[in-house]
Structure formats: C-alpha cells, structure tokens
Design a protein. Structure first.
Length: 118
C-alpha cells in the first residue's frame, strides 16, 4: 500500500511561484516502479491531469494549460515528487492531488489547496 502526502500549497498572487511536494510512504514498494503524477480539481469541475514523470525521471508529460510554466521532478532517494509552478494564474486555483501509478493500481493523496489571487 502506498500512502501519499502533499504539502506546499497556499495563497499566492498572480505571477508568483510555488513548489508542491508529495512524499510516498507505507509499502512495501519500490518508488522507482511508480509513475508519479499531479492532477488538479477546481470547484465545480472535474479532476484534470497536470503532469507526470516516469520512475527514472527521464520522461515527463504535461497538460496543455501548464506546459512551459510547471515542472515536475522527483527525488528517488527521498521517495518524493515535486511540482514547481511558475507564472501562476488565477485559473490555476484548485486542489492539487498527487498520484502514484503502478500497472493497474492507482494511489491518491488527500490534496493541497492552491489559491492564486489576481
């Protein structure tokens, strides 16, 4: 069983930067076997894909709305994945969820709120 804990959310102004962290605990598991991702859900909207990173960190993907502004990375020694968010916009306001995927299994964190004021 993988447990995910997000941190780093908060209230920022448009144009600011913020870094989210997600630590994976529990187990037993091998962190490098997990493809890690970030999703977000704004009030009244569906949860949408933000970005993901392969186990080795060599492959990343991003949603169209954040491509070029957000960067996902991971530290396999710390079982942690990060989401660096730059040039934040009010439309980035959402609860951000960490996801871990391995074959048919998916694990989710509890989410962290990011609010961007204009």
């Amino acid at each position: 069983q993988v447990q995910l804990g997000e941190s780093g959310g908060g209230l920022v102004q448009a144009g600011d930067s913020l870094r989210l962290s997600c630590a994976a605990t529990g187990g037993p598991f091998t962190f490098t076997n997990l493809r890690m991702g970030w999703f977000r859900q704004a009030p009244g909207k569906e949860r949408v894909f933000v970005g993901s990173i392969s186990g080795s960190g060599g492959n990343t993907r991003y949603g169209d709305s954040v491509n070029g502004r957000f960067t996902i990375s991971r530290d396999n020694a710390k079982n942690t994945v990060y989401l660096q968010m730059n040039s934040l916009k009010p439309e980035d306001t959402a609860v951000y969820y960490c996801n871990a995927a391995y074959q048919s299994l998916n694990y989710w964190g509890q989410g962290t709120q990011v609010t961007v004021s204009s």
